[in-house]
Design a protein around this ligand. Structure first.
Ligand code: C2E
Ligand code: CA
Ligand code: CA
Length: 627
């Protein structure tokens, strides 16, 4: 119907103009022959009607979306078609009564040619076109058929045949027209479906399927957009959250439990933030938030703390209850950075800082972090440029056995003396090397040096060597270590590899495989910095360590803290029960030493006994470990 109305609006003005032109032509040939009221007044009135209607039609604007309006419009066209057909036919037939044969011939010609023209104009609307055919040609055929004149009878017969053909043509044209419109309609519908599908696709590409939150892509798109749209003087902040202890949940309870935890974590964050804030899962157990607007730094820290606390509460999963914690890093626009990259990097650094120094808390990126970042990147640069095989060296710190009064073993500790930066502590450059992936190279250089040193000592002192988290999850590094030991003709039993819990947090299965491999080849494994990580007992239970090294943070307060005395006592007893060694690190005073002895501890390491040095206290060693 819409298509019909549309086509007719263009064709009906043409129809009126055609009627007008032909009527004027007929009136002209009959002027003076027919009465004036027919050739002048009637034509003026009919012509005026035609012009007025033609103008009205070309101005008319039908609301095509309104079906009722379209129906009303088409009904009106039908009524008008009848009126116009009747009026003009009556006028023309009356004209026939005047004039000679030529002029009568003109009337016949006028009627036939006009009706064909009008039918073409109405061809999109068969009811109206057929009405015109019936009224005009019907009257014409009857009138001429009964005129008694042979020529007119022949014309009537001829016109009757033409009418039948015209009706046929109208029908087939209309069928084509309707088919075309249907196809067009289908195409439009298909187009709409395609648009809708691509819209859905786009939405899906921006959503994290597990949590239903925005994904990494959406986060960065929104961050770019926010940076671009934020005016001078306006502020917003980027927050990054990372779960501490998520990996063990995955390992112990399985991946479905990990998924469940992430979903619940997302819900908790959403509950604190409300629905307007962009919250995205950036991957793994990391979330990103765009916070706007905020009052001051205090408000941000408070919100950050609230978010961390929300994730601290135990999670009830289908397989049991678990607890994790979360650290959060914040960076503010425009104070800290003005670009989306800068903001993200700084929020990430604040998070890294939080995890390292105050896990479970929210840290706002501050000016002094900038120095740290610069310092880190300086170290990274220096590591790249340095000739590490000459700048790195190993110092050795003995572990004493209180019961025998002799050296139990020595721990190899890396030292880096850089031409530009001077001596850099391993506690500073190892984390950077871990982050940038340079640590594997450091390990190889240091281990080569260790084996050379060991061969040169001429005794059998056991040595422990620290491995980074990254080393222990890479099977080729571990295989390389064993090959090197064999190549240097060193007994693997002399070696203990110290690993920390961060390695298991990274990839438990790979770490376990590496540890087994090293043990199978005769080396021993120590769990370093025991007590400052997560779910430590599980690792002790599953990983068959040979040594447990209790972190200095438990030893330092021993003298005046009952709690730490109890903890240390428990750990010492546990090691005795498991039949493994227990080394207490960082013993600095005789009080600490005596307290440890009182608690049943035997192996100790610390400045009280000896500082790390290039050449281990060889005299003492040679006595003990004469080869
Ligand atoms: P760590 O493995 O826990 O090593 C013990 C650290 O405590 C050493 O610091 C040692 O010098 C220090 N220390 C020993 N006794 C005392 C004491 O009585 N008081 C105090 N305050 N500190 C004491 P260092 O040499 O600076 O090493 C720091 C950390 O760097 C190490 O902690 C270890 O995690 C890492 N590291 C050192 N060498 C290597 C290495 O060759 N490879 C890897 N992957 N990491 C290493
Ligand atoms: Ca160590
Ligand atoms: Ca340690």
């Amino acid at each position: 119907m819409r298509a019909q109305v549309n086509a007719l609006s263009r064709q009906i003005p043409v129809l009126y103009m055609l009627l007008l032109a032909n009527a004027v032509a007929l009136a002209y040939t009959h002027y003076g022959v027919a009465p004036d009221w027919m050739t002048i007044y009637a034509v003026v009135i009919l012509g005026a009607i035609c012009i007025v209607r033609a103008i009205a039609w070309s101005r008319a604007r039908v609301d095509l979306d309104n079906v009722d309006a379209c129906i009303k419009h088409l009904k009106r066209i039908r009524v008008l078609a009848i009126a116009v057909a009747v009026l003009f036919t009556a006028w023309a037939i009356t004209m026939f009564g005047y004039g000679d044969a030529y002029q009568q011939g003109h009337v016949a010609y006028f009627i036939s040619i006009t009706v064909v023209g009008c039918i073409f104009c109405l061809v999109n609307f068969p009811p109206a076109a057929l009405l015109v055919v019936v009224i005009v040609l019907g009257t014409f055929v009857l009138f001429f058929g009964f005129s008694g004149n042979e020529v007119y009878v022949a014309i009537a017969v001829n016109m009757a045949l033409v009418s039948v053909m015209i009706v046929q043509i109208i029908r087939s044209f209309y069928a084509n027209f309707a088919g075309l419109i249907d196809t067009q309609h289908d195409l439009e519908a298909q187009h709409k479906t395609t648009i809708e599908l691509s819209r859905q696709n786009e939405a899906l590409a921006l959503i994290d399927p597990l949590t239903g939150l925005s994904n990494r892509r959406a986060f960065f798109a929104k961050l770019d957009e926010t940076v671009a749209q934020t005016n001078k003087g306006d502020r917003f902040a980027v927050a990054m959250i990372d779960l501490d202890g998520f990996k063990p949940v995955n390992d112990v309870h399985g991946h479905p439990a990990g998924d469940e935890l992430l979903m619940q974590a997302g819900e908790r964050l959403r509950a604190v933030l409300g629905s307007d804030t962009l919250l995205a899962r950036l991957g793994g157990d990391e979330f990103g938030i765009i916070l706007r607007p905020y009052e001051d730094a205090m408000e941000l820290i408070e919100l950050g703390t609230k978010l961390c606390q929300a994730l601290n509460r135990p999670f009830v999963l289908s397989g049991g209850t678990v607890q994790v914690s979360a650290s959060l890093g914040l960076a503010t626009y425009p104070i800290v950075a003005r670009s989306s990259n800068g903001l993200f990097e700084r929020a990430d650094f604040a998070l890294y800082h939080a995890k390292k120094n105050c896990p479970g808390e929210a840290v706002l990126f501050a000016a002094h972090h900038e120095t740290l970042i610069r310092h880190d990147s300086q170290i990274e640069q220096a590591l790249r440029k340095a000739d590490l095989s000459t700048e790195l060296s190993l110092h050795y710190q003995p572990v004493f056995d209180i019961e025998t009064g002799l050296v139990n073993s020595v721990e190899a500790l890396a030292r880096w003396d850089n031409v530009q930066m001077g001596r850099i502590s391993p506690g500073t450059f190892f984390p950077v090397a871990e982050k940038t992936g340079q640590v594997g190279f450091l390990t190889r250089v240091l281990f080569e040096k260790l084996l050379v040193d060991m061969a040169s000592w001429g005794n059998e002192v056991p040595v422990s060597f620290n491995l980074s988290a990254r080393d222990i999850v890479l099977s080729d590094t571990v295989e390389w270590l064993i090959d090197e030991i064999k190549d240097h003709g060193i007994d693997p039993k002399r070696l203990t590899f110290e690993v920390t819990e961060t390695a298991f947090l990274r990839d438990f299965a790979a770490a376990r495989t590496s540890i087994r491999y090293l043990r199978e080849h005769g080396a021993r494994i120590a769990l370093d910095d025991f007590g400052i990580g997560y779910s430590s007992l599980r690792y002790v239970h599953e990983l068959e360590f040979d040594v447990l090294k209790v972190d200095r943070s438990f030893v330092t307060p021993l003298a005046n803290n009952k709690r730490s005395r109890r903890i240390v006592k428990t750990v010492i007893d546990m090691c005795i029960n498991l039949g493994i060694d227990c080394v207490l690190e960082g013993v600095e005073t005789d009080t600490q030493r005596d307290t440890i002895i009182g608690l049943g501890g035997r192996l100790m390491q610390g400045y009280y006994f000896a500082r790390p040095s290039r050449v281990p206290a060889m005299d003492a060693l040679t006595e003990t470990f004469q080869s």
